[in-house]
Design a protein around this ligand. Structure first.
Ligand SMILES: Nc1nc2c([nH]c(=O)n2[C@@H]2O[C@H](COP(=O)(O)OP(=O)(O)OP(=O)(O)O)[C@@H](O)[C@H]2O)c(=O)[nH]1
Ligand SMILES: [Mg+2]
Length: 138
């Protein structure tokens, strides 16, 4: 096996949180994080023994302080950054309790789907933004 095929992908649970106005909640990554300063959909690495849904619920509680009450699979993306290979397992979060806010000091905001393209997301996220815009006709 060469080094390319041996590279291990990091599984990441990602939440596209939607409010009743159809806006999406996004956060800005910190200076010390991979893909620093880019905007993201909150989430994080799936830990050993966790399902993606469990990881998503844990990460959204830790990072933005909400409890997920309903979500559905949205899409899955494999991306190789060169320094890191990720598998994003993205869920649309359609019901939750609490009001999301950046619990780790990260800037955050609600954004209409039609404005998502003006934010600088990691390269892996382009298909997410495209699919959201196609779905809402924006
Ligand atoms: N949360 C999140 N991660 C993303 C997105 N897009 C994307 O490429 N990633 C990548 O997924 C990887 C893991 O996410 P993360 O850094 O949030 O993981 P984590 O919350 O467990 O963070 P930690 O390493 O600070 O403990 C990172 O390499 C990040 O660059 C996205 O929209 N949201
Ligand atoms: Mg995270």
């Amino acid at each position: 096996m060469n080094t390319e095929t041996a590279k291990k992908s990091v599984l990441v649970a990602v939440g596209v949180i939607e409010n009743t106005d159809g806006e999406i909640f996004i956060c800005r990554r910190g200076a010390s994080q991979h893909q620093a300063h880019k905007w993201e959909f909150p989430g994080g690495k799936v830990e050993a023994g966790e399902t993606v849904a469990q990881a998503l619920a844990r990460e959204l509680e830790e990072e933005v302080g909400i409890r997920v009450t309903d979500c559905r699979p949205f899409m899955r993306i494999e991306h190789d950054y060169g320094d890191k290979q990720v598998t994003l397992d993205i869920h649309k979060v359609t019901a939750f309790s609490g009001e999301p806010h950046g619990l780790e000091g990260q800037p955050s905001r609600w954004v209409p789907v039609s404005e998502l393209h003006s934010y600088d997301f990691p390269a892996a996220n382009s298909p997410i933004v495209d699919k959201l815009q196609t779905e809402t006709g924006n």
